[in-house]
Design a protein around this ligand. Structure first.
Ligand code: ADP
Ligand code: MG
Length: 342
């Protein structure tokens, strides 16, 4: 299933979100045009502060754009008022947050029933809530309060809450960010199953390249704008050990893979131009540990493994298809110029 009535589930044109802070205009999002098909599993990736959460909040109808068009499931939601937006959100979107956002004094069952307070369809509320909790493996924890559950279980309650109104789309902002790798893998398996078995559209923010390179589609965001296709590839493969090990070469040091911001963001907005010469060796360096840690963690069972099992290691396959001399080793954008090919 890709399109319904010839439409995408998400269609945006030139979305903008500007904040005024005193005399300064903060361009959190600038000119975002994208389409997401029904049933797609998509990751939104980018450095800290690039606008991922702002974009998710607008796509999730938690916030309104400053300008531009947003068509959600065939309905123009760009200029809806708060109550209209709340209704659309309740009906079409289930949101999962990094920090779970559960009510601490309410049971799992009560937390999952919360969205029904604002819903027109309150029939069989308890039964439906119990059913979705059972779906995420918590059928025997209905009366537990959040503090009586592990982090992974709390996130499963949050996923059940997101499912209670049977939404078209699940949006998750760093859903495994606060979890250990085993719980992260379980959460990812649930999201994958919702996508593959129930046909839900999944949109997920992550800054973890291990996750991003396994997701069928990645939308990269730099300084509030969508990256080009080449930039998307860099983001997906930035720290892919397979990608770096094809020739037995060691991972290059950061100096040899550094990119100028003007290359990452060739159409940079005004804010960018002032710092166009700034060099960034790793677009995610401020949001996750050192490269070496990242390689070591590869052994662990993680959220990325769940995705790899579900969708396959797409880049590995792609690289194996390339003739030996043509495999990218250092920097797919700069290629021979700065890096080398085997
Ligand atoms: P990310 O999720 O990629 O880390 P955000 O979407 O949270 O990034 O933020 C993008 C940019 O917008 C940042 O520069 C941030 O400081 C700014 N920003 C986000 N929310 C607000 C707000 N409510 N007021 C002012 N600036 C904001
Ligand atoms: Mg964020």
């Amino acid at each position: 299933m890709t399109e319904k009535n010839g439409k995408n589930v998400i269609h945006t044109e030139h979305l903008k979100k500007y904040y005024i802070m005193g005399d300064i205009e903060v361009r959190a999002l600038h000119d975002i045009s994208l389409d997401v098909n029904y049933g797609e599993f998509t990751a939104i990736m980018g450095p800290s502060g690039s606008g991922k959460s702002t974009l998710m909040n607008i796509l999730g109808c938690l916030d309104r754009p400053t300008g531009g068009l947003y068509i959600l499931d065939g309905t123009d939601v760009s200029s809806m008022d708060d109550s209209q937006l709340a209704e659309v959100r309740n009906k079409k979107i289930g949101f999962v947050f990094q920090s779970f956002n559960l009510l601490s004094r309410s049971s799992a069952l009560e937390n999952v029933m919360m969205p029904l307070l604002y819903s027109r369809n309150k029939d069989h509320a308890k039964e439906r809530a119990a059913e979705v909790l059972d779906l995420v493996g918590l059928g025997s924890r209905l009366g537990h309060k959040p503090k009586e559950l592990s982090g992974g279980q709390q996130q499963r309650v949050a996923i059940a809450r997101a499912l209670i109104n049977d939404p078209e789309i699940i949006m998750a902002d760093e859903p495994t960010g606060n979890l250990d790798s085993k719980s992260g893998k379980e959460i990812m398996q649930i999201l994958i199953s919702l996508n593959q078995d129930k046909g839900k559209t999944i949109l997920m923010v992550t800054h973890d390249p291990k996750i991003g390179r396994q997701v069928p589609r990645v939308i990269s965001v730099f300084d509030g704008m969508i990256g080009t296709e080449e930039e998307q590839e860099i983001i997906k493969n930035w720290q892919n050990p397979d990608f770096l090990n094809v020739s037995g070469l060691k991972k290059p040091d950061s100096a040899s893979v550094s990119l100028k911001k003007e290359q990452i963001n060739p159409n940079g907005n005004g804010k960018m131009k002032n710092e166009a010469k700034e060099t960034v060796s790793n677009p995610f360096s401020d949001t996750f540990g050192t490269d070496d840690n990242d390689l070591e963690e590869e052994e662990e069972s993680s959220a990325a493994d769940a995705l790899a099992e579900a969708f396959g290691n797409r880049k590995k396959v792609a690289n194996e298809e390339l003739p030996a001399g043509k495999q990218f080793l250092v920097n797919p954008i700069k290629g021979n110029e700065e890096g080398k090919t085997a």
